[in-house]
Design a protein around this ligand. Sequence first.
Ligand code: CP
Ligand code: NVA
Length: 303
Amino acid sequence: MSELRHFLDIDKFDGGTLRDILDLGISLKNSWIGGKRERPLDGRTLVMIFEKPSTRTRVSFQVGMQQLGGMVVVMSEHESQLGRGETPADTAQVLSRYADAIMIRTGNPQKLQDLAAYATVPVINGLTDKSHPCQIMADIMTFEEHRGSIAGRVVTWSGDGNNVAQSWIHAAVKLGFTLRLACPDTLQPPQNILDWAAAEGGNIVVSDNPEEAVYEADLVVTDTWVSMGDKDADMRRKLLLPFQVNAHLMACANADALFMHCLPAHRGEEVTDDVIDGPQSAVWDEAENRLHAQKGILSWCLG
Ligand code: CP
Ligand code: NVA
């Protein structure tokens, strides 16, 4: 079972394998855009389980699987027996008899781990409260298409130290770039992940000063101040206001710094219209690359 090619989190991979997956995604993107219609996953099925809402993840996985020749079954928690207490372990064993891979978006990262432990097909993380690795694969692909290798570059995160930020930490360690996180004290990423990054020799700096953090940044990234499932929305908005990515903050970064956001954006909160719609923004390419990066992930997982 351990030989299954799960895609659970970026910290589970070495940099070389992440590169291989990214290269696979780029190659599939180039073929598709060049008009080649290969069907390497002909006859294969992906089951997707959504316990939280989604636009990009759902559509990009479905379209990606179809472009590769495969098909998709989508289940939401409340329309399935998972929502009535059937265990992830039992669900994993049943779904493995029908499908060739399982993708799950869930709050509880333990559910992802349980599915992976009991599935006999690859399991893909479509977001948990702790990470969003498919997003960061698309983000790296996007940065590199615009600016070349991310190794040795400076990426600044300004905002909540949330699931997306945590996958950025994993990627910084594995792909060798500097990550500066500007977050309010109480919304920094968990200490255990910062300790892991330090032990791995990662170049990760956490502060509460966004202007200092973006100095010489090649990429500025943020995300919603209120993630799915967060309850303390008013408090978060108040704490995070100084971390907004606006024209002033972008002006403190390198002149050619890119701006990225996993979307959905809350315009006027974590990012202003002039930045997200401005010349430094790569958000639409980033959203498109969910499709291409995940085609790489699916092809890698399904061998
Ligand atoms: N960025 C992202 O995962 O978007 P969705 O929530 O729409 O899937
Ligand atoms: N941090 C956000 C990401 C959405 C794609 C959330 O978890 O809601």
